[in-house]
Design a protein around this ligand. Structure first.
Ligand code: SAH
Ligand code: DHB
Ligand code: MG
Length: 229
């Protein structure tokens, strides 16, 4: 226990340093975080440092069309929206109507409700619908829904891509267990490591996991970055 404390607390200091100096939330984004919390949503949105990462990657791409899988209160959606090109649109997928409602209120407050559409349902069904209706390709995709299903989302997401699309995936380093060797009963970790193998070896992807520091204890997590070829 004591032996891991110094490293963990150093991680916290690094996280706070980066957050304080590089990840200030615009007012409408901190408002979304507070309103989501007040509405009783779990605080499992990306931390500010990851939000800022999403913003900068989005700004580098200048996407016309963004797809997000896993809305919650729309906190990450608003960071992604920072890079949206003029006339650009975001579609974000969420299973729970109660989450979608909070997200729509946050988008409304941000003045972005005409640019962001929340679709409610099982992500796998909504993705199939997007493919059938030929609503792709998207320029930027952010995957952040149920971890055990990540492997099933990959092919539909690639179908909704074009060469040059960037697929970002949250939480690619599970919270516990030996790295790369999940306990078979930990279905989220199994899903994530299966996904990681797929993005590492997929012939149409060039991928990396960018380490991120998250949570109060400064845990190392990872943001997947995959460029579609
Ligand atoms: N991207 C958000 C956090 C998303 S948390 C942010 O950083 O601000 C994950 C969300 O995915 C939750 O709101 C959860 O309800 C939703 N979700 C989980 N399983 C899902 C599924 N199968 N289909 C659609 N949404 C799902
Ligand atoms: C948690 C964190 C996430 O970023 C997420 O997408 C889902 C769950 C968590 O801390 O439990
Ligand atoms: Mg996440």
């Amino acid at each position: 226990m004591n032996t891991i404390l110094p490293e963990t607390s150093r991680n916290c200091q690094v996280k706070d340093y980066i957050t304080d100096h590089f990840s200030q939330e615009p007012e409408f984004i901190s408002e979304a975080r507070l309103r989501s919390k007040q509405s009783g949503l779990k605080e499992i949105h990306v931390p500010e440092n990851v939000g800022k990462t999403l913003k900068l990657i989005s700004c580098l791409i200048g996407p016309k069309k963004i797809l997000e899988v896993g809305t919650l209160g729309g906190y990450s959606t608003l960071w992604l929206a920072e890079g949206l090109s003029e006339e650009g649109k975001i579609i974000t997928l969420e299973y729970h109507e109660s989450h979608a409602k909070v997200a729509r209120e946050n988008f409304n407050y941000a003045g972005l409700s005409n640019r962001i559409e929340v679709r409610v349902g099982l992500a796998i069904d909504l993705l199939r619908q997007l493919i059938l209706k030929k609503e792709g390709p998207f320029d930027l995709i952010f995957l952040d829904a149920d971890k055990e299903t990540y492997p099933d989302y990959l092919e539909p997401l690639i179908e909704l891509s074009r060469p040059g699309t960037v697929i970002l995936s949250d939480n690619l380093i599970p919270k516990r267990g030996e790295l790369g060797v999940p306990d078979p009963s930990d279905i989220e970790a199994v899903g994530i490591y299966t996904f990681n193998q797929k993005i590492a070896h997929h012939p149409r992807l060039d991928s990396l996991i960018l380490p991120t520091i998250v949570g109060e204890k400064g845990r190392i997590d990872g943001l997947g970055i995959s460029l579609v070829k």
